[in-house]
Design a protein. Sequence first.
Length: 125
Amino acid sequence: MSTLNVANITDGTDTVETGYVVNGSAKAWCSHTGVGTIAINDSLNASGIVDRGVGQYRTNFSTSFGNTNYAIVGTSNQAPSGQEATVNIESSPSASGVSYRVTGTQNLSYIDKEAAYISCFGDLA
């Protein structure tokens, strides 16, 4: 394996410090189905998805985060019900995965959506 050690990356017009690229990129993300058989559509650093019940999921990481202080962003699509939804992270993510719920904004109950998406930003172990 080769290692590049550079301070900046440029395309000839714009230049960015490599620290922004390394530190500012998602270290894990997952796009998965939420209706029927739950399956990962595409991902980075996701070893699997767990269906924990209606609108409740857990994404496990292939490589753990260095601690539990990473940032998590989640969203879902509006299908099949057309109802908007929020993705709520459970109170204590672990270094090896994150559990979350998709909640409908109309009745505030957990709901399955055609797709859910989660992105995690932080330092890997």
